[in-house]
Structures are given as C-alpha cells and as structure tokens.
Design a protein around this ligand. Structure first.
Ligand code: SF4
Ligand code: SF4
Length: 203
C-alpha cells in the first residue's frame, strides 16, 4: 500500500475538485474517509491505491498523483466501492474521469497496454454505439503491432497474434466472442454524446 505523503495544493485544490466532480458527476466532498470502499476493492492492494486514497488525492489538489497512479489504470469498474459507500460515491466513474484527464494531459500512461485498450474500446463503441469485439480487438492489435514494429520486434508481433488467436478460439468455444455487429437504435445520438464529451478536451 502506498504510504507516500500527499501534497496539499492550496492554489489548485478547488479547481481540481470542481473539474473531477463535474466530469464524473460524483460528490467527492461527501467522502469522510471511512474506507468501506477500500475493504472491497479487488485491485487496491495490487495497485497500492485504494478508492478512498484516490479521492483524498483529488481533495488535496495533488494533481500529479491523482493523474499518475495505478488504480486509475487498473480499476476494473466492478462498482464494489460504490455499492459499499454510505455516500454513494462511485469511484469507478472517478477513475474513468482521471484516466481521460491523464490522456488529455498527454502523460505517459503507467500501463500503456491498458491505455491502448481503453482508446480502442472507445473508438469501436463510437461507431455503432456499443462495443464490438472484432472491431475493438482489431484496432487494439493494430496499435500494438505498430508499436512493436517501430521497435523492430517482429517476434513480439507474432507472439501477440498467436496468443490472441488462442484466446479468441477459447472465447468462441464458450460463446463469448460475437461476430454479429449489434447497433444501438440511435447511433447518431451516441455520436453526439461523443462530440459533446470531446468538445474542448482534445482527447
Ligand atoms: S466508502 Fe465512500 S465515504 Fe467511505 S472512504 Fe470510500 S468513498 Fe469515502
Ligand atoms: S470500481 Fe474500481 S475502484 Fe471501485 S472497487 Fe472496483 S476496482 Fe476498486
């Protein structure tokens, strides 16, 4: 568990809190650090950051820590924290917001592959309004391959393809991989939401 001392930034604390609260629609100020969320988070121990601590980072205005920690990249959006929170704070929405803010600030992600998967997911979901495994994984694998080829590591590309093919076959056998593209009824509405979210954010 991280024991690093967080910095209180008197100048920026208020603006960081306002931005994260508005973008995540969560009332972070209601957090009284009871740590009920921490006890249920499946990745808190591994990442060294529990949901309560993440909220504390924002409340103190420690932008650097809030945008650069493993929980932001490894939160599995299980919503356990929100279910346990007496103040109904959904930290999964806060991790998603901070992930987006970290990307907008062009910070090097602590987990580059998670960042690539996140971008691929968002791109694929924009087209038809929901995630399609074939398109999403296609975008993700292309991104990964380009990066490895730039490093001159062809073997890594082959290993990745073989690994993903094996995984794909396993998923198909369990009927967890779908070839049919399911569109939402109103794709234009989803696209409009994306446009609104991107406005002025450079994401
Ligand atoms: S359970 Fe809710 S109030 Fe308690 S520490 Fe976690 S976020 Fe804060
Ligand atoms: S949603 Fe994220 S932060 Fe909350 S309990 Fe699950 S993994 Fe932890």
């Amino acid at each position: 568990m991280s024991t690093k001392t967080l910095k209180y930034d008197t100048t920026n604390a208020r603006s960081l809190l306002r931005e994260v609260s508005e973008r995540s629609s969560q009332n972070l100020s209601a957090c009284y650090q009871c740590r009920r969320c921490a006890a249920g988070c499946p990745v808190g121990e591994e990442t060294g950051v529990t949901p309560d601590r993440l909220i504390r980072m924002v409340l103190l205005g420690d932008r650097e820590e809030a945008l650069n920690n493993l929980l932001v990249w490894q939160c599995v959006a299980c919503y356990t924290c929100g279910t346990r929170c007496p103040n109904n704070i959904q930290t999964a929405r806060i991790t998603e917001t901070l992930k987006q803010m970290s990307k907008e600030a062009h910070l090097d992600p602590l987990k580059p592959r998670v960042a690539d998967f996140h971008s691929s997911f968002m791109k694929a979901a924009e087209h038809v309004g929901r995630f399609n495994e074939i398109e999403g994984m296609g975008i993700y694998e292309t991104k990964t391959a380009i990066k490895e080829l730039k490093k001159g590591d062809l073997q890594a590309v082959i290993d990745e393809m073989m690994g993903q093919a094996k995984l794909g076959i396993k998923m198909m056998k369990k009927k967890r991989m779908h070839f049919k593209v399911d569109k939402v009824k109103n794709v234009a509405e989803v696209k409009a939401l994306y446009r609104k979210a991107k406005q002025g954010k450079g994401a």
